[in-house]
Design a protein around this ligand. Sequence first.
Ligand SMILES: NC(=O)c1ccc[n+]([C@@H]2O[C@H](COP(=O)([O-])OP(=O)(O)OC[C@H]3O[C@@H](n4cnc5c(N)ncnc54)[C@H](O)[C@@H]3O)[C@@H](O)[C@H]2O)c1
Length: 255
Amino acid sequence: MRGLKGKTVLITGAAGGIGQALTVRFAEEGCRLGLIDMNAHALEAAAQRARGAGATATTYAIDITDYDAVKSAVDAFAGEAGRIDVLVNNAGYDKFTLFLDTKPDFWEKVIDINLKGAIHLHHAVLPHMVKAKSGKVVNVASDAGRVGSSGESVYSACKAGLVALTKTLAREMARADIKLNAVAPGPTDTALFHGFIGEGEAGQKVHAALEKAIPLRRIAKPEDIVGAIVFLASEDADYITGQVFSVSGGLTMAG
Ligand SMILES: NC(=O)c1ccc[n+]([C@@H]2O[C@H](COP(=O)([O-])OP(=O)(O)OC[C@H]3O[C@@H](n4cnc5c(N)ncnc54)[C@H](O)[C@@H]3O)[C@@H](O)[C@H]2O)c1
């Protein structure tokens, strides 16, 4: 990918399934990494993998729902790395529950992580990019936010909100030459996905049904998702902003 070598990249949810694949890929592209996750142990393991692939990686074991912690981590990374070229908002959370069985404390948790957490990151990182008059933000949304998904009502609302935030900030930030885009994964083989489909026979049934519904006939691996994100972070995407790319094996198609 063009123009990624030497870039400074901040990734949230770096210890998770898609986050770890992203971390390794950006390391292989020659980037300097800042890695955020609330799971300190898994985050350190992800950083070790990135270092093994030749990258310098700094970890920030914080909860992105805490604005002050986000601001401190972002300012520390900008100070240490000199600038922030790319932000990937990838941290997320969901649990399969039909809407009428959900309660306000669950809605708050889902909104805090998936929507407010991403808002915190934008608010903390964009001033650094505005000062540099350049930057790329890639938000990991979900096809659930585009087409809906039973059992994921509030999560879907958050992801749709993240898409709207991406488009609005893409307009506001264009004058500073900052590009914002969203990638919407379909079902991807990670802890979040397994939590969603459930364990045992019931989980296997959902898995099989999804595979049947996906034109490419398989659930994505985390590595299937990272290419679109890395592309949108690269100079190859310098004229792309405010767009949403589905990476779903064709499960949803929109043009
Ligand atoms: N797996 C899928 O099927 C799928 C589909 C569509 C979209 N997505 C999105 O992809 C992204 C990555 O998900 P994944 O599948 O790799 O899930 P995952 O559960 O493997 O990883 C999510 C990571 O986010 C971290 N995280 C959660 N809450 C946090 C918080 N408050 N502060 C800091 N870190 C926090 C977790 O510790 C975890 O490491 C998410 O935004 C998710 O919504 C996933």
